[in-house]
Every structure is written in structure tokens, then in C-alpha cells.
Design a protein around this ligand. Structure first.
Ligand code: 3HC
Length: 282
């Protein structure tokens, strides 16, 4: 199946990153969100990122202009009617995701593939809420999407081999390193990474070391590009908590218990970079 038009739902950091990379890779992209103001913010973020690449000499001005021309915006899901692929990248809430799919399947073509960028929700469960579980797949990108090379491709119980083949080809065209994973909580990276971030928060909570020193430790002791607390701020404390809660609930293992400090900070609205404050100030 030829994929030309990609409809991206949600223009937060992940959705806009996906839209940018897709447009830079030659796909016709539509960025959807609930209001004109939100969509504009996402679109401006992409345009700004492209400008920065041009200023750094990493992208030709003409290529940036062509990329921008390939991006449309939308505030009505009906605009997805001619999409070949829909990538949903909204917040981690199964009910909200399913509500969007329920609207989408009324308008999209029968052959359109539906992908979710979910970081932890079961692909099988999301797929089952649609009319096309064989054409439903997880395409999990990493933050910041234009920089991180990985694409986890997650097959649900009923995802067809043909859909997997198409998703792998799209990832390749986007210049990503694709890895396939089965539909188990956390897939590959988040099952490893998020408990590590949670453990760093527990260290802080126990007073073992300061936030600065916890981060200094893994940067200088393990060669990580950024420390776990800074990374939690980048990922979002709310997203980190949501993933820990899924791991805890689905595996029923106390080792995945979310840190009480993480819960408290999310309740207080300290969500990291996006709210300008988490473990550090931005
Ligand atoms: N968008 C686009 N480009 C960005 C960017 C963004 N949001 N953030 C940084 N960059 C670019 C910079 O422009 C710079 O480009 P250049 O080399 O061409 O000048 C390059 O990335 C390096 O950035 P900086 O020099 O500002 O800073 P660093 O060298 O510290 O790199 C980083 C920043 C790439 C974020 C690096 O610290 C890193 O790799 N951190 C780890 C990120 C990570 O682990 N991500 C995965 C999170 S888990 C996830 O996403 C899954 C989800 O489900 C939770």
C-alpha cells in the first residue's frame, strides 16, 4: 500500500515532532488538534524548528520551504477522509483515544492504517475499539522526535503482517531505526527507562543525594546524555507517572510502585519542561 498522506492527531511535543519528521521525509502531513490556537502553536513549533535547522546550515532553505508547504492544519476530524495513515499522539488516556477513533472510523477510508504513539497502553485494547484491528499498530516515537532515531513498532494481537510491513517502511522513509515489539506494557524502552526514572525520584525523596548530584552521577558515571531527573522533566512528570501506573497495574508487581513524590508533584502541576518547572526550573 502506498502511503502519501499522514494525518497526525495531537500537536504536543510528540505530535508536532512526528509531523515535522514526516513532512521532512516527503509525506503530505495534516496536523490536527481541538482548537485553532493549539494547532497554530504546534505548527509554529515545527516551522521554528525548521528555521533553526536552516540557520545552523543543516537544512537548505528551499527544503525547509518545501517541507512547510507539505503541512496543513485541521480542527475537524472529517479532514482525515483522504489520509492513508493516521498517527494519534494525544495524551495517555484510553477513553480519550477511543473516543477519537470512534469519530475517525466514520470518515477514514477502509484501507487507512491507524497508528497510536501510545507509550504504554495496550495496542490490542485500542485496536479492539476500532473497526480495523488488523490495520491498527503502535508507532512509538521518542522525544525529541526530530533527534531520537528510534521507532518502536508494536503489533497488537490482530495486527496483520501487511500493516507491520507498511509501518516498517514508513519508519525507514522517516530515517528512523525501527524495532518490532509485542504488545506488553512498556514495550521495550519504557519498561527499562521509566522504572529507572522512578528510582531516581525515590533516591531524591529518600534524601540520598540532591537532584543535581543524581543527574551528575548518571551523566558522568554511565555516559547518559542527560540525568534521569532532567529527562523526567523532558518526558513530563504526568507522562512518567501514567506509564508507571500502567506497569504497576498490568504486571501487579510492587517493584513498579510510582514514587509518592512523583505523584505529589503531578498533583501540584509541576510537570517538567512544559510547565517550566519539575525537578529543575526552565
Ligand atoms: N527538537 C528538535 N531538536 C532538538 C530538540 C527538540 N526538542 N532538543 C534538542 N534538539 C537538538 C539541538 O538543536 C541540537 O542540534 P544540533 O546538534 O544540530 O545543534 C541537538 O539536538 C543537541 O541538543 P543540545 O546541544 O541542545 O543538547 P544535548 O546535546 O544535551 O542534547 C538531547 C539534547 C538530544 C535531548 C539529549 O540530551 C538526549 O539525547 N537526551 C536523552 C533523550 C531521551 O532519552 N529521550 C527519550 C525519552 S523517552 C520517550 O520519549 C518515550 C516516551 O514514551 C516517554
Amino acid at each position: 500500500m502506498d502511503i502519501n498522506k499522514i494525518y497526525v492527531i495531537g500537536v504536543g511535543q510528540m505530535g508536532s515532532g512526528i509531523a515535522q519528521v514526516a513532512a521532512q521525509s516527503g509525506f503530505e502531513v495534516t496536523m490536527y488538534d481541538q482548537t485553532e490556537a493549539i494547532v497554530k502553536k504546534g505548527y509554529d513549533r515545527v516551522a521554528g524548528n525548521l528555521e533553526k535547522l536552516v540557520a545552523k546550515g543543516k537544512l537548505e532553505k528551499a527544503a525547509a520551504d518545501e517541507t512547510v508547504k507539505r503541512i496543513k492544519t485541521s480542527v475537524a476530524l472529517g479532514d482525515a477522509k483522504d489520509a492513508d495513515l493516521v498517527i494519534e499522539a494525544i495524551y495517555e488516556n484510553p477513553a480519550a483515544k477511543k473516543a477519537i477513533y470512534a469519530e475517525l472510523i466514520k470518515v477514514i477510508k477502509p484501507e487507512t492504517i491507524l497508528a497510536s504513539n501510545t507509550s504504554s497502553i495496550s495496542i490490542t485494547e485500542l485496536a479492539a475499539s476500532t473497526d480495523r484491528p488488523d490495520r491498527f499498530i503502535g508507532m512509538h516515537f521518542f522525544n525529541p522526535v526530530p533527534v531520537m532515531k528510534l521507532l518502536e513498532i508494536i503489533t497488537g494481537y490482530l495486527t496483520s503482517d501487511a500493516t507491520l510491513t507498511v509501518a516498517k517502511a514508513i519508519g525507514e522513509k522517516m530515517g528512523k531505526v525501527g524495532v518490532a515489539a509485542l504488545d506488553k506494557p512498556g514495550f521495550i524502552v519504557n519498561r527499562i527507562l521509566i522504572p529507572m526514572l522512578n528510582e531516581a525520584i525515590l533516591l531524591l525523596e529518600e534524601g540520598v543525594a540532591s537532584a543535581e548530584d543524581i543527574d551528575k552521577a548518571t551523566v558522568n558515571g554511565c555516559g547518559h546524555p542527560m540525568g534521569p531527573l532532567h529527562l523526567t522533566d523532558l518526558v513530563g512528570l504526568d507522562v512518567t507517572l501514567a506509564i508507571m501506573e500502567v506497569l504497576h497495574r498490568e504486571f501487579g508487581d510492587s517493584k513498579y510502585r510510582p514514587s509518592p513524590l512523583l505523584k505529589k508533584m503531578v498533583a501540584a502541576g509541576k510537570l517538567g519542561c512544559k510547565t517550566k518547572e519539575g525537578f529543575f526550573k526552565y
